[in-house]
Design a protein around this ligand. Structure first.
Ligand SMILES: [Zn+2]
Length: 208
């Protein structure tokens, strides 16, 4: 249970340099970053909304399917993962109880997916994300999309909790495990390559 709570705390989302309103420099300490980000996303993505996952029939069906295709190993989809589809971010039922900074960091990750959906359209994004070249074990596009989003997670975590946070072993290994482990269907099981990617993102923290 303790481990689970720990992991949930570090399930984080990421900064996109082209979006200057998310700039690391611009928040006064007393500004609710989460509320500001929700407002910014509403303006950027018309139709953007946040919905509870456990109230979505689609997500309950995905949950059951994931248990089957991961041989029973992925059982936490409904209560551990935030998921973006199209213009909607589906969140776990405890979302509103989270610390606003944690919601902010996670939403930064999901904002990357919102932009990916907008750029590619829902059918193309869904096809690439779910099936190309394989649904599991070697999911090149899923790994690319998630690398872009987790890079944002890393930057947002550094912004909120300090530059040392993403280099803490627990966080680093948690993120790497998302790529090489069952959580996303072993999407890119090349640990060395994922570690190099992670350390490359960390190396750019604080750079202009
Ligand atoms: Zn993601």
């Amino acid at each position: 249970m303790a481990r689970r709570l720990h992991l949930r705390r570090i399930e984080l989302g990421q900064i996109d340099h082209e979006h200057s309103y998310l700039s690391q420099c611009c928040y006064a300490p007393d500004v609710d970053r989460y509320a500001a980000l929700v407002d910014a996303l509403r303006a950027e993505i018309p139709g953007f909304r946040i919905v509870r996952k456990d109230r979505s029939r689609l997500h309950r069906a995905i949950h059951r399917a994931l248990i089957v295709v991961t041989f029973g190993r992925m059982t936490s989809y409904l209560d551990s993962y935030q998921t973006t589809i199209g213009k909607t971010v589906y969140v776990t039922s405890d979302w509103d109880d989270w610390d606003p900074d944690r919601r902010y960091v996670t939403l930064r990750h999901e904002a990357v997916h919102l932009r990916q959906f907008r750029k590619l359209t829902l059918p193309v994004m869904a096809l690439l994300y779910l099936l190309v070249p394989l649904p599991m074990g070697l999911a090149y596009f899923r790994a690319r999309f998630e690398m872009e989003a987790y890079a944002e997670s890393i930057r947002a975590a550094a912004e909120v909790w300090g530059r040392d946070y993403p280099t803490a072993t627990a966080y680093r290994s948690h993120v790497i495990e998302q790529f090489v482990g069952p959580s996303y269907g072993w999407m890119w099981p090349f640990r060395r390559a994922v570690e190099r990617w992670y350390d490359g993102v960390v190396a750019t923290l604080g750079l202009p």
